[in-house]
Design a protein around this ligand. Structure first.
Ligand code: KMT
Ligand code: NI
Length: 180
């Protein structure tokens, strides 16, 4: 089961868990209310398992590649990791299937609070277009993930504030219009 929790506001290392004391976990339904989708897949057997193929065809993901976050495999490693951790949004979904390692996706909930989502080997996570979010490695410093996309990929991050971005407006309309 995915673990996700409200973050504390300490400015300690971004790679730490940043749980509050006591921890305040959120469940899948809460993530779904913010438009975040999640599946657990068999990372060692995903081809046979067929779930990824099914999700790919249902959602029209025609593009796929792999990213490995290590200084050797990721060009401009330091710079990229800094970029990933700047709060931003995209014009499209961000889809990641973790084939090895782990890391955290942080998303802003409807009350603009940070929720940290622990992504482990076998997790498939979809962030909706227009959600403010960021990514960090954890203290193990290693993740390898498949990136999926509909059509030609656009990875451009639009850093916050970008409240008039069409994807932001669409996101607000779809998910936050009844937010309390
Ligand atoms: C991103 O866009 O934040 C990433 O691709 C992070 C590495 S993949 C989990
Ligand atoms: Ni992103």
């Amino acid at each position: 089961m995915v673990r996700a929790w409200f973050m504390d506001d300490s400015d300690a290392d971004q790679r730490l868990e940043h749980m509050t004391d006591p921890p305040q976990f959120v469940d899948l339904d809460y993530l779904k209310e913010q438009g975040v989708l999640y599946w657990k897949l068999d990372a060692d057997n995903w081809e046979k398992e067929g779930k990824l193929t099914q999700i790919r065809s249902e959602r029209g993901y025609s593009y796929e590649d792999e990213i490995t976050c290590t200084p050797e495999k990721l060009p401009n490693y330091e710079e990229k990791l800094k970029m990933f951790y700047q709060e931003h949004l995209h014009s499209d979904e961000e889809i990641r299937f973790i084939v090895d390692g782990s890391g955290y996706f942080d998303i802003r909930d409807k009350n603009d609070k940070w929720i940290r989502i622990e992504c482990l080997k076998g997790d498939l996570i979809i962030l909706p277009a227009g959600i403010y979010h960021r990514f960090t490695l954890d203290t193990k410093d290693y993740i390898q993930a498949k990136r999926l996309f509909v059509g030609v990929p656009v990875w451009t991050p639009h850093n916050r504030p970008n409240d008039d971005h069409p994807a932001r407006l669409e996101y607000l309309k779809s998910y936050l219009s009844q937010a309390k």
